[in-house]
Ligand binder design. Structure first.
Ligand code: GDP
Length: 456
């Protein structure tokens, strides 16, 4: 347990109903005693933990009326004694109260120091701490859910189970090394057993790793939607219609969108990043050319491609060629969006097989929401955003590394004496420990907590 008692404002700066000043450390309660005058008869030092007490919060220059709550070690967020002072939510009030805690001996908390202490005191794993920051920084509901799952240590528990399995494997191999003559007859079944267990472990790690590649990274970074098509097909208009406000410039002058314009929407808790791109055409204009190159690159990376065509014009060979080439990239979702249907009586069916086609009007909004809904449905069906998945790149990297080591060990099993497998098994164990923090070095820990805000 750390000796210094830290203090910080835990609520965001600005005016609001309430602000919270939080103290953690062995002097938390004695500092509170010197600045909180309870309205009731119970003295601060006799406060029952986890109960709110009303009273005056006194500073050198002013008094506020608020609440005080004591969380007794070790049953607190940090594992240390914690006191929270709830005051009126004005910047100056909270700052004055914070200053008072410093005058009484507390020191300013560093970014994330409360959570870092929680980790160092064994209250939560490193991945669970990352869940807390994940939830705080979440930009969508699916990110909150993923952060909460981490915070509940669901990944941490899975990693621990895999590590335990590796420990058992190591122990069984070491028995084999220590008593080779006794195990002589058993060494073949042992090998089969080791290989079987290794395979199961590798598969488990592979599933976790794959869950990041498919779902996790999309939840974290959003689903990439490229809006492409010829100049004037209505790409910018479609972006604006989906967003519900004018983000991109709409004009009947060809080549208006040169750079990529991004807009973000959230559908049922999942973020979609929509990119309006430069119209795809051969251009002599240097800047437009760069825009077209960017559009082509985005096309390669996108999860969803909305290929916008002008429904008032005949589909030509170039449209068909473009559609086929996108199809060949094996996109998960590739829509032909036939725009400007408000201007035409009947739109010809776009003649590329297996590419769903939807008639819309970016101008009057017809079928625009249907398009968004369809986009979501296809993604949800494929990725199941409500499943459990790995969401942090750092965890993914460690899983990938551990898996590579274990795949190697699996291939070596049977080819080399069993004892030669131990190094790899130990390495994989260590690598997995970086996820939960068991084997993470100070630099990794520092980096993670520096992403936190002060007061958490
Ligand atoms: P982009 O070059 O593909 O981004 O096309 P814009 O969105 O800038 O639109 C080109 C022109 O088509 C503009 O004059 C728009 O007002 C018009 N336009 C776009 N969508 C529609 C639509 O659904 N209906 C009609 N009538 N006009 C549209």
């Amino acid at each position: 347990m750390s000796e210094k008692t830290i203090s910080a404002i835990s609520t965001p700066s600005g005016s609001g109903g309430v602000a919270v000043i939080r103290l953690s450390g062995q002097n938390a309660l004695s500092i509170a005693e010197k600045m909180f005058i309870p309205s009731g008869k119970t003295a601060v030092k006799n406060f029952h933990p986890y109960q709110m007490y009303p009273g005056n919060i006194q500073t050198q220059n002013f008094t506020d009326f608020g609440l005080c709550v004591y969380f007794q070690a070790p049953k607190s967020y940090t594992g240390e004694d914690i006191v929270e002072l709830h005051c009126h939510g004005g910047n100056e009030i909270a700052k004055g109260i914070l200053k008072q805690t410093f005058l009484l001996g507390a020191v300013p908390a560093q970014a994330g120091e409360f959570t870092k202490r929680a980790f160092l005191n064994g209250k939560m794993s490193l991945s669970a701490a990352e869940g807390v920051i994940g939830m705080i920084n979440a930009q969508s509901e699916s990110m909150i859910k993923a952060g909460y799952s981490l915070y509940q240590n669901r990944l941490g528990k899975q990693i621990k189970e895999v590590q335990d399995k590796l420990t058992t494997l190591l122990a069984s191999i070491e028995v084999d090394i220590d008593y080779p003559e006794e195990d002589l007859q058993n060494s073949i079944p042992d090998l089969i057993n080791v290989k079987e267990e290794l395979l199961k472990t590798c598969n488990r790690l592979r599933n976790l790793k794959n869950s990041y590649e498919t779902v996790g990274r999309r939840v974290k970074n959003g689903i990439t939607v490229a809006i492409v098509g010829k100049p004037n097909a209505g790409k910018s208009s479609l972006l604006n219609a989906i967003l519900g406000y004018d983000k991109a410039i709409v004009s009947d002058i060809e080549g208006t969108t040169r750079d990529i314009v991004e807009g973000v929407i959230e559908v049922k808790g999942v973020q979609f990043h929509l990119y309006d791109t430069a119209g795809l055409r051969q251009s002599k204009d240097v800047i437009e050319k760069i825009g077209v190159e960017k559009a082509e690159k985005l096309l390669e990376e996108a999860d969803v491609v909305l290929h916008v065509v002008d429904g008032t014009k005949a589909f030509d060979a170039e449209d068909i060629e473009r559609s086929k080439s996108i199809q060949n990239q094996g996109k998960l979702l590739h829509f032909t969006v036939v725009n400007k249907c408000d201007l035409t009586e009947k739109v010809d069916v776009f003649p590329v097989e297996d590419v769903p086609c939807l008639e819309i009007s970016a101008k009057n909004g017809k079928n625009v929401q249907l398009l968004v809904q369809k986009m979501y449905e296809v993604m949800e069906k494929k990725y199941n955003f409500n499943s459990e998945f790995v969401v942090e790149r750092r965890h993914y990297d460690a899983l990938k590394e551990a898996l590579e080591i274990l795949d190697q060990v699996y291939m070596q099993a049977g080819e080399v004496p069993l004892d030669m497998l131990t190094v790899g098994l130990q390495q994989a164990w260590q690598t997995l420990g970086e996820i939960t923090g068991e084997t993470a070095n100070e630099q990794i820990i520092q980096e993670i907590f520096s992403k936190f805000c002060v007061g958490k």
